[in-house]
Design a protein around this ligand. Structure first.
Ligand code: NAD
Length: 442
């Protein structure tokens, strides 16, 4: 059965019903979904094996982005995130992109860089030259440290030398990590070759560690959305395109804006990275270092008019794994990978980047038209209602009341809750437009 990521009305059904729908759409077992996600899927005893000084676990919401189609394949995409409206916005934007054919993504091989720092170098030019001359020897030494990876088709793809100062050179060993994120593999290589590289360079050995600027492991995603799909109630599609192009230019000219633009992209990427048990600190470090690679911090995604449509392009390094690491033994991470049905780390990276571009599309379109506060604060109102002590059906009613009153604060929610209690069963008739926002998402 071909997977579909279209599930109209998904947000309106119960959590149990959603699990059944996702099970049907992805082939994941409903019992397994329940077991993997109840209480966050990880007990304190297992958590104690992951990190140190454990007291317990800390759960986060686990949702799914709908409508995501990448390179012609549909995916129900797990997202772990605490921020309201990110999942709905990504699903809504993915629906627009899907209507126009979906995301087109291409992914580099899983090339990671092992760095060997060389200090007290006598002659930097000569040291760099000797490292290049000894490439074959270094490759053989490195591959002995990662025989399992080599047997799986991975291995060393090159050795480079960079002069950082008169007395400092760094050797890069470039390793194809296939379906692993690769940090441990790469660190193993750096340590295995360090002494020999230092001898070759006639230098003192310094640090031996991977680089998180994995710029040889990029994903490039494109999407195109016609003007009529972008139109809002108040604004024609062509005007939305003009606003989005100007928003992109703003981010391209101003690092203050680019940081926020990229944060919106990482909303989508991080949520998928966390849901699949990957190292989001590594991904964040790589993304922002890449954004600053020209010397000025730049947006990772840009938007351009293409006739009567807008085209978005995202380029970001993504060091993700579908094997290895610690978190992928987490039951929820394993469930996520099964639900996605990916063929390996490169396909996972293509999906995560597509959700990042979807998040950026949603944010830039909203900013260029109605502003984000309306949609975002509408969904945020539910968390505020819960924080004020609303329970069960009170949550939606209190949220609707504080949205209507334009007072989405804890105090506003507390007084709405008191008003409800005073009403004692009366009806609150505030418009539920944050529900409308979610309606548009699936
Ligand atoms: P890992 O140590 O589990 O190594 C991957 C293993 O999977 C290898 O033994 C490899 O041979 C095996 N494997 C099986 N099938 C494979 C396939 N198809 N492709 C590739 N390998 C295959 O994990 P890792 O990916 O080397 O390291 C990831 C971990 O390192 C993460 O937990 C990360 O948080 C952590 N880490 C990160 C940093 C950093 O980013 N700066 C530093 C240190 C550690």
């Amino acid at each position: 059965m071909a997977r579909t990521s279209r599930m109209p009305g998904f947000h309106k059904v119960t959590v149990q019903e959603r699990r059944a729908l996702v099970g049907e759409a992805t082939g994941a077992d409903v019992g397994e979904i329940g077991r993997a996600l109840e209480q966050g899927g990880l007990d304190a005893e297992s958590a104690d094996k992951f990190v140190e000084n454990v007291l317990g676990t800390y759960a986060l919401p686990y949702g799914v982005a709908l409508n995501v189609r990448v390179n012609g394949h549909d995916h129900v995409v797990p997202m772990v995130i605490e921020e309201p409206s990110v999942v709905a916005a990504a699903s809504n934007a993915a629906k627009m992109v899907r209507a126009a054919g979906g995301f087109a993504a291409e992914t580099d091989p899983a090339l990671m860089i092992a760095q060997v720092q060389l200090r007290e170098v006598r002659d930097a030019q000569a040291a760099a030259r000797r490292i290049r001359e000894h490439e074959q020897e270094i490759v053989e030494l490195a591959e002995r440290a990662i025989a399992g990876l080599v047997a799986r088709g991975g291995g060393v793809r090159g050795v480079e030398a960079r002069i950082l100062a008169d007395d400092m050179v760094v050797a890069h060993v470039v390793i194809d990590c296939r379906d692993a994120m690769g940090a441990n593999l790469v660190n193993g290589v750096a340590e295995a070759v360090g002494d020999r590289v230092a001898a070759i360079a006639d230098a003192r050995l310094g640090l031996r560690i991977l680089s998180n600027l994995s710029d040889k492991r990029c994903v490039r995603v494109r999407c195109r959305v016609p003007a009529e799909i972008l139109a809002t109630d108040e604004m024609g599609g062509s005007d939305v395109i003009d606003g989005m192009v100007a928003a992109s230019r703003f981010a391209e000219l101003d690092p203050y804006r680019a940081a926020t633009h990229n944060k919106g992209i990482m909303n989508g990427i991080d949520a998928v990275v966390i849901a699949t048990g990957n190292d989001w600190r590594a991904v964040e470090a790589g993304a922002h270092a890449y954004a600053a690679r020209t010397g000025r911090y730049q947006p990772l995604a840009v938007w351009r008019r293409d006739g009567d449509a807008i085209e978005g392009r995202l380029e970001v390094p993504l060091a993700l794994g579908t094997v290895g690491g610690t978190l992928r033994v987490h039951p929820a991470a394993r469930l996520s990978l099964r639900m996605l049905g990916v063929n390996g780390a490169r396909e996972l990276a293509a999906i995560a980047a597509s959700v990042g571009l979807a998040s950026n599309l949603a944010a830039v379109r909203a900013l260029a038209s109605d502003g984000i506060q309306r949609g975002h604060m509408g969904l945020h109102a539910r968390s505020v209602a819960v924080a004020a002590g609303a329970l069960g059906e009170q949550v939606e009613r209190v949220a609707a009341m504080i949205v209507e009153a334009r007072d989405i604060t804890l105090e506003g929610a507390r007084s709405a809750l008191s008003a409800l209690a005073a009403e004692a069963g009366g009806t609150a008739t505030a418009p539920d437009w944050h529900r409308q926002e979610r309606d548009r998402a699936d």
